[in-house]
Design a protein around this ligand. Sequence first.
Ligand code: HEC
Length: 294
Amino acid sequence: MRLLIRFSAIFTLIFGSGMVIAGFLTYRRLQDDARTEVRDQARLMFSAMQGVRTYTNVQLKPILNPIQEQEKKFLPQTVPAFAATENIGYIRASFPDYSYKEAALNPTNPRDRAVDWEADIISSFRNTPSLERLTGERESSTGPSLFFAQPIRAEAGCLPCHSEPEKAPAAMLAKYGPSNGFGWKLNEVVAAQIISVPMTVPLQMAQNAFHRLLIDLTLIFVVGLAVLNLTLYFMIARPVGRLSNMADQISLGQLDVPELPAEGHDEVAQLASSFNRMRRSLVTAMKMLGEQGG
Ligand code: HEC
């Protein structure tokens, strides 16, 4: 039996270290894949939002501008930031954990005001002018979430509406008032487009896949160990045990023990037939001794 225990220990050691290494690598790969998937989603959503902005600028604005002038009314539908923010509102009706915000430190529309972590992102863009995008993870109220952000800089064309209230269109001032969203400086990072994508589901799926792998490997291990033990028992431990029994009996003078079965060509069968031969020689030798003595 000691042989079986030793082989089982070696098998467990080899399989166990293989399992730890495979588990570690697979866990990392699954987590990386989940993050890549979330990042791709974020990038796709970001492009969709850029599409809405461009559509507003290129197609809607030319149509709505004459109406604004005619009616002396400011239509926020002409503002790309408004269009994108409204759009995500409709998307969030089906996907509430996804968000997009044009977060500004000093926004025209108060709903765009940056909260603390968004303000940190804007500060990073301000402090590092070469930084063109920022990705990171944060703990949101609904679980881990990935954000993807790009800075918005004030250009010359923005200043009429965002520098001094006196320069802004009267209809816009009438709607938004003179106290918010002004004082922006040329080329200054004034806001950031920030996409947030929830990570809970992909991470959970990665976790589940990892658990399934562990269960599968454990099953393979248990079956493998059982097969190894049965094989060792029937092919080596039991026949060798019989041989040692026979040797014991012969050494105690019991020469009439039956021959051992020695089928096959493996080492154990060879050992059995050698034993049988030795027993026969021993019996003959003993007989000859007996005859001489008598
Ligand atoms: C015709 C006036 C006008 C011009 C020109 C304009 N904006 Fe605005 N902008 C607005 C108004 C009005 C809002 C608020 C819309 C709303 O209600 O969401 C706004 C909102 C924004 C916001 C969202 C944060 C906030 O202030 O509420 C950003 C970012 C922004 N604008 C950036 C720009 C940039 C960059 C440019 C130049 C490329 C620009 N804007 C040009 C009028 C303008």
